[in-house]
Design a protein around this ligand. Structure first.
Ligand code: 13P
Ligand code: SF4
Length: 354
């Protein structure tokens, strides 16, 4: 990266001192991670965001839904800043609040809303999190989806259902792989079709009603790539993120959040051969962090998460230098009422055991 910009970022951060707290998701570029006070997966960053109540400015190097959650979970007098407002998430965009409310009406019509609890992936807008809070549900991330789903199914009891938003793959993978549920117990609700493209009977028979959303990056990893890696690299270990398709997750040796991927590889003996199915910035960094292991990327034609990558050093420098000059740019402020109900669902997640 540009040495002039590195110096400017250092100088601005030093000038701000304790006034600013910089969080960095594991998918961020190296040039940005260098300036993060803490790094983590979505769950760790949601907790860490509240760790410095004395810092008036929290610069969130990640995507929009993470910055919204940080705003909801931090004190009133703290301002959360997203260095580029265009850093969204294509998965979060696959569930609009109107569509989710229409879906709930369909569940009412099918007579199943009373026995359904929403479990919503962190990768969703604050409005969808508020919907979840209003209906007694919980947020989850990829690191606590198993606990969240167990809690939700326990709430509804026998014959109860979970409406899992918006990542069908995380919902299916958690239900089948982690909880031993059956694929037959899952249906996919397509928001673009009347009644989700399902019959009342199908909704009544299902345990998992999976929203038809997916990650445009992880959705591209294929079973064929796992099989090819196993053919080409003897004794290879395949580790993937649970946003991958079910058949990919089933064929992998290890599955986990970004934090778990890092910890699993950190704990492995020297010489372990890994093929990793997650975002490319993280896979490249793993290669640098663990040079005694052999780390490669699962699929050549999968690229960076383009929205995570929008946060780059020029945007970070602009954000920090603006604060030095007394100007707050790109503040993320969730509407008070939305924040209130979204917080119920986020607090429920934070109260889950483990
Ligand atoms: P985690 O860091 O929680 O594993 O999530 C990955 C992700 O896709 C965030 O968008
Ligand atoms: Fe969203 Fe996928 Fe990018 Fe994560 S990797 S921010 S789920 S598009």
């Amino acid at each position: 990266s540009d040495p002039g910009l590195v110096d400017r970022a250092r100088a601005a951060k030093a000038a701000l001192g304790d006034q600013v707290f910089v969080l960095g998701h594991h998918y961020q570029r190296d040039e940005v991670i260098e300036f993060a006070d803490v790094t983590g997966d979505s769950f760790k960053l949601a907790k860490d965001a509240a760790a410095r109540p004395d810092a008036p400015y929290i610069v969130f190097c990640g995507v929009h839904f993470m910055a919204e959650s940080a705003d909801i979970l931090t004190a009133e007098n703290q301002t959360v800043i997203l260095p580029d407002l265009a850093a969204g998430c294509s998965m979060a965009d696959m569930a609009a609040i109107r569509q989710v409310e229409d879906c709930w009406d369909d569940l009412v019509e099918a007579g199943v809303a009373d026995v359904t609890v929403p479990v919503t992936y962190m990768n969703s807008s604050a409005a969808i999190k508020a919907f979840t809070g209003r209906h007694g549900g919980t947020i989850c991330t990829s690191s606590n989806a198993k606990t969240a789903l167990t809690w939700a199914l326990d709430q509804v009891g026998a014959g109860g259902k979970v409406l899992f938003l918006p990542d069908q793959h995380l919902g299916r993978n958690t239900f089948v792989r982690d909880l031993g549920g059956s694929l037959d117990g899952c249906v996919v609700f397509d928001p673009h079709k009347p009644m989700g493209g399902l019959t009342k009977q199908e909704l009544q028979d299902a345990t998992m009603i999976l929203w038809r959303g997916h990650c445009s990056v992880h959705g591209r990893f294929s079973l064929a790539a796992v099989e090819q890696a196993r053919r080409e690299i003897p004794d290879v270990k395949v580790i993937v993120h649970p946003e991958c398709q079910h058949e990919v997750v089933e064929a992998a040796d290890e599955v986990g959040s970004t934090e778990k991927i890092i910890q699993t590889i950190a704990a492995a003996p020297d010489g372990t051969k890994w093929v990793v199915g997650t975002e490319l910035n993280l896979v490249r960094r793993l290669g640098t962090l663990f040079p005694r292991q052999q780390i490669s990327f699962l699929e050549k034609n999968v690229c960076y998460c383009s929205t995570m990558n929008r946060i780059d050093l020029p945007h970070l420098v602009w954000t920090l230098e603006s604060l030095v000059a007394g100007r707050v740019v790109n503040a993320i402020k969730v509407d008070d009422e939305v924040a209130h109900f979204a917080r119920l669902a986020l607090d429920q997640m934070l109260a889950l055991p483990g």
